[in-house]
Design a protein around this ligand. Structure first.
Ligand SMILES: [Zn+2]
Length: 149
C-alpha cells in the first residue's frame, strides 16, 4: 500500500466500486437483457490499450462504460478523503486522463463510446444504448444486439 492508504470507510467504498460487477453495472445489464439485448461484458476491444469496456456490442462497435463515482471523479459524489486529499486528487485526475486517452483510442478505431455514471438511472442509460444500437441498425439495415452475437 502507498502512503496515502485510505481510511477504513474509504477502503469499504473502494471495495464496493473499484471492481467489476458493481451493482450499477449489473442493473444496466439486467435492464438491457430484459429488453432482449445481448452483449459481451468485460472484454478487451483494442490492441492499443488494455481497457475493457463494461458492455461491448462488437458488430455495432459500441462500447459502454459504467464509471464509478469515486474512481472516475464524479463531481457530484466524490468526496476526497481528508487525509492526503491532494494525493487522492492527483490519483483520481490521472484516472480521468487515462479514461480520456482510452476513449480517444477506441474512437479512432471506430468505436462509439458511451459513458455513464454509477449514479445514473439504469433505464435511462439503457435507452441511450438502444438509441445507438437503433442508429447503427438503421445505417446497416439489420438489427444488432438482438439474440446472440
Ligand atoms: Zn456520482
Amino acid at each position: 500500500m502507498e502512503q496515502w492508504e485510505a481510511d477504513d470507510a474509504r477502503r469499504r467504498h473502494m471495495a464496493r466500486f473499484g471492481r467489476r460487477d458493481t451493482a450499477p453495472e449489473l442493473a444496466l445489464r439486467r435492464e438491457l437483457h430484459r429488453r432482449g439485448r445481448r452483449f459481451f461484458i468485460d472484454r478487451q476491444v483494442s490492441r492499443r490499450c488494455r481497457v475493457r469496456p463494461d458492455l461491448v456490442f462488437p458488430r455495432a462497435r459500441i462500447a459502454v462504460f459504467v464509471d464509478g463515482c469515486f474512481w472516475h471523479l464524479c463531481e457530484e459524489h466524490t468526496h476526497l478523503p481528508k487525509a492526503n486529499a491532494e494525493l487522492w486528487r492527483r490519483k483520481l485526475l490521472a484516472n480521468r486522463q487515462r479514461d480520456a486517452r482510452n476513449q480517444a483510442i477506441l474512437t479512432a478505431e471506430g468505436w462509439r463510446v458511451l459513458r455513464s455514471w454509477e449514479h445514473d438511472d439504469p433505464a435511462a442509460v439503457a435507452d441511450l444504448v438502444e438509441d445507438e444500437l437503433d442508429r447503427w441498425a438503421a445505417i446497416v439495415g439489420r438489427p444488432e444486439g438482438r439474440g446472440r452475437e
